[in-house]
Ligand binder design. Sequence first.
Ligand code: C2O
Length: 480
Amino acid sequence: MRHRAQSTLKRRVNRRRFLKLTGATAVAAVVSEPLFAIEALAAPLTRHNISGLTASSKIIKSYEKAIGVMQALSISNPSDPTGWIYQAEIHGCPQPPAHTAWGTCQHNQFFWAWHRMYLYWFERIIRKKSGDADWTLPFWAWDTPSERHIPPLFRDPTSKLFSSDRVDKMNDGTGHLGATDTDVSGALSDTYFTSTMGGGANDDIQGPHGYVHVKVGKGFADFSKTAKDPLFWLHHCNVDRLWQVWRSKHGGSDPTGDASWTGQTFTFFDENGKQLTMTGCDVLNTATQLKYQYEGVSNPLAEPCPNTVHVVPPTFAPFPFTFPPIPPLAAQPVHIPLPIPPELQRQLLNIVADPTKTVYLQLADLTADVQPGVTWATFVGPQSAPRPAVLSGKVPADPQSPFYVGSVYLFGHGIKNELPNMPTLLSFPLNRALAASSDRPLYLTFVAQGIVVGDAMVTQVNANVKIGKASIVVRTLKRG
Ligand code: C2O
């Protein structure tokens, strides 16, 4: 009974929040043309899996048409915010940014929210440019094992959906992503999306998201170019879908109790080129606030935002272990002992037994001269982890191994010849690996991973990665 009363109250709060929202966004977002007045839609529209669409599907035809219109607009009026290049440069990072909102992509605690806003306004622009009023962005479900190739419609050189700025073997369909690139099981099981730890966090789906950028390669792996590729939007649509999957699983775990998250506004443009701003709280409940949902994903329960009563930001504490120097990551694996004194290892085992705590390996200030073009599967475990065939680089690493903790990748961060050259911080959750290792002496291993052709891995390392600093950090989650 008490439970029921609480959920009614929650619903009422959400409704109030929703009304407040529609009121607040009305100034900027509600447009005069009823065709595009998405706020007035009774039911949410559905975003579909690209694997179910063909070249003659209306969604594909409309997308191709809108791309043509937007590309032409970029030439006739480069400062029109609804042009193809203008939209892409909102993600990219021309220096100095020539126009409002250029180079504002967020790869930090705003990763989820910012990219959701970006996709949402892009989708509305496509609707208007194509004249297809209920057009929805399809998603590339690369996390499904049968979908690890670039979707065929995007590999047809005669289509508007093609880009030559991808790795050749991916673009001709012979190569595909590997199992570690597309593994989201670890990320989906975490109860807090902690991208709060900074640039390039890979303790959540931002990691696999980045591995896919790296493996599709060339321009797709370059922060400043990737949004010019029509495939970018389907990749991020899948990332957005996975946020939704995660929210359905762990409702109420978003950073809604963190004022620095809920209070930050971002600038976008609607389909009429009108400038507007949004916060993370405006995009949490897609079915009610943004009127869209995903094929195959149930809508998460509505969440009050801000929510300072029930959701408290996590805390982080350093763990007293000093790492030996780590050699640069290259084509040959790095496999080094971690001389953790037995009593410290016992302490770590006690920490991982506490469900509110997560132990992280943090790698900071990683740098490379150019995009390496590969990821490095990372293992923490006994000397025998990983298996010899994986260590030899012939067989792709298996993310199911309890000692696999994530992959090293560089995307937008730490690459000297690319903008933005921001500092890199990768965070690998170690709980599973430490528990499986028990009190056996620990090793740290990095094995380069390329794309997969047939069953074999094709690993071409274009640059070595230097690791500036390694440390162990303990995260504590608090619930009010
Ligand atoms: Cu802002 Cu996939 O990148």
